[in-house]
Ligand binder design. Structure first.
Ligand code: HEC
Ligand code: HEC
Length: 260
């Protein structure tokens, strides 16, 4: 018996080591990331990571200042640091309607390395851990009924105060808003067919549940049920030109399955 246990120890240790290095392989190397940053990001985000690269002065939506660890597009709750996978999501998609391009052309290794590097600009990443991501239940499916309910939710939570009755970013408070860095910030025009960080329904869902840190866009996680949130997603999608028409063909098949 003792003999058998002794035999297993090195095998188990080997497995644990292998698991450990597999994890390490998914985390970037900040030293290599610095080179990627200098080549591709510095002109906008600045050598100090303060968002003041030489190209920044020409932009009305300023590049992110990384020093506070404040990131808008996260899967994590309000107040939390982002996950690496959130930052990677931003790098893959870019930020529609801003100067932040997609970095799909970079290989995965370089993306992970540059993510490790930008985290070094904020001491928060050494003292805090990101919280668990918010849970996003499956999309129950787009339908006219859901859009109508979402319209009511939009009214109830007074989204129009900032976003305007038609979602065009022209609500009564729209022109008084500033971000944490003191720059004027107008709510995004939701009728243009895209939100900034991705067009999947889950990308829209997470915006009201996590809030956009550093901006007046609040989290509604404490008051909004997931059913209301999905109706709101569908309402926002319906504001995009042609969306309802495109969905008309697909709805019948998804709702016929009894999703709702
Ligand atoms: C041409 C200018 C430009 C370049 C080059 C650029 N960015 Fe950005 N980036 C921006 C702007 C502008 C924003 C802010 C957009 C906003 O807040 O709406 C931004 C925001 C970000 C954010 C913040 C997203 C969030 O959730 O708050 C990350 C992360 C980021 N950039 C990473 C990078 C990395 C990494 C590189 C280099 C591989 C890079 N950027 C290169 C302009 C640029
Ligand atoms: C106090 C003002 C304010 C209120 C209230 C508000 N928002 Fe926002 N919202 C903003 C601002 C500002 C932005 C733009 C942030 C940016 O682009 O950096 C925004 C952005 C968004 C976006 C786009 C995110 C993206 O990735 O481009 C969506 C979707 C959104 N809000 C939905 C809502 C909904 C739904 C409600 C109500 C439940 C709501 N907002 C309430 C200020 C507000």
């Amino acid at each position: 018996m003792f003999y058998r246990v002794a035999l297993w120890v090195p095998v188990l240790t080997g497995l644990l080591l292998a698991a450990g290095s597999a994890e390490a392989a998914n985390t970037g190397n900040a030293g290599n990331g610095k080179l990627v940053y200098q080549r591709y990001c510095l002109s906008c985000h600045g050598a100090q990571g303060n968002g003041q690269g030489e190209a920044a002065e020409y932009m009305s939506i300023k590049p992110r200042d990384y020093r506070q660890g404040t990131y808008k597009w996260r899967s994590t709750p309000s107040g939390s640091l982002p996950l690496d996978s959130d930052l990677e999501h931003t790098l893959l998609n870019g930020l529609y309607g801003t100067y932040m391009p997609t970095w799909r052309a970079l290989d995965e290794r370089s993306r992970l390395d540059v993510i490790a590097y930008i985290k070094t600009f904020s001491p928060r990443f050494t003292t805090e851990k990101p919280q668990d991501p918010i849970i996003i239940p499956p999309d129950p499916g787009y339908s006219d009924a859901s859009v109508a309910r979402g319209d009511a939710v939009y009214q109830k939570y007074n989204c129009a105060q900032c976003h305007g009755a038609g979602g065009q970013g022209d609500g009564p408070s729209a022109h008084e808003l500033k971000d944490d860095w003191g720059n004027a910030l107008v709510p995004y025009d939701l009728t243009k067919g895209h939100v900034k960080c991705g067009d999947k329904s889950t990308d829209i869902y997470r915006v009201f549940m996590s809030g956009l840190a550093g901006t007046p866009m609040p989290t509604f996680a404490d008051s909004l049920s997931s059913t209301d949130a999905w109706d709101l997603v569908h309402f926002i999608q319906s504001l995009s030109p042609g969306y309802a028409k495109n969905m008309a063909g697909t709805v019948a098949s998804t709702t016929a399955g009894g999703a709702r």
